[in-house]
Design a protein around this ligand. Sequence first.
Ligand SMILES: Nc1ncnc2c1ncn2[C@@H]1O[C@H](COP(=O)(O)OP(=O)(O)OP(=O)(O)O)[C@@H](O)[C@H]1O
Ligand SMILES: [Mg+2]
Length: 205
Amino acid sequence: MTYCVGVTGGIGSGKSSAAALFAELGAGIIDTDDIAHELTRPGGLAMPAITAAFGTGIVAADGSLDRAAMRKRVFNEPAQRKVLEAILHPLIRAEARDRAVRSTAPYVMLVVPLLLETGGYQDLVRRVLVIDCDESDQIRRTMQRSGLTEEAVRAIMVAQLPRQQRLDRADDVLRNDADIARLRSQVAPLHDRYLKLAVAAQNPQ
Ligand SMILES: Nc1ncnc2c1ncn2[C@@H]1O[C@H](COP(=O)(O)OP(=O)(O)OP(=O)(O)O)[C@@H](O)[C@H]1O
Ligand SMILES: [Mg+2]
């Protein structure tokens, strides 16, 4: 089992950007959002169960999950959302674990947006890295990238852990409040630390 660092942070905080910088230095990346997409593409492993639970109305013409239709079905419907999560989350976890086992990288960054909210990765994640920035940066970056309104971004943020609670549970924090060069300069020393921790974990005293 490859040493796993769990990477989390609020929407638009810079999780993917930070993980990519670690990967430049040789870390592996396992991104649970990517896995969720793969599970719900045409022929995806989650599609039979999702179709059985929600009907063909949430299947796009190509056989993939119709994300817009699914969003409508679970919007303000916590019970429905739970049904979807009960299908997806175990499959995502199993695939993440599989990739961690198979990885040949010295350690992997396991990117899980709701790592601290949903749990379920305690057995895999040896250390928690939180990507942190001001709410105003989060909102601006997410709006720029996704075209969501400020109201829509805030609605997503409300469902996530408050910033201080997330920070309280971090082993390491990357402040992403300046440019990417500044983020990169913080990544290098952490990468060295993770290499050492991964080696130590493989050679217990
Ligand atoms: N330090 C930075 N300076 C400028 N732009 C940044 C910085 N960090 C991230 N961004 C940009 O902000 C957006 C969000 O960053 P990123 O996708 O890394 O965040 P994320 O936490 O993975 O978001 P999500 O929760 O949606 O997966 C991207 O368009 C990214 O290029
Ligand atoms: Mg991301």
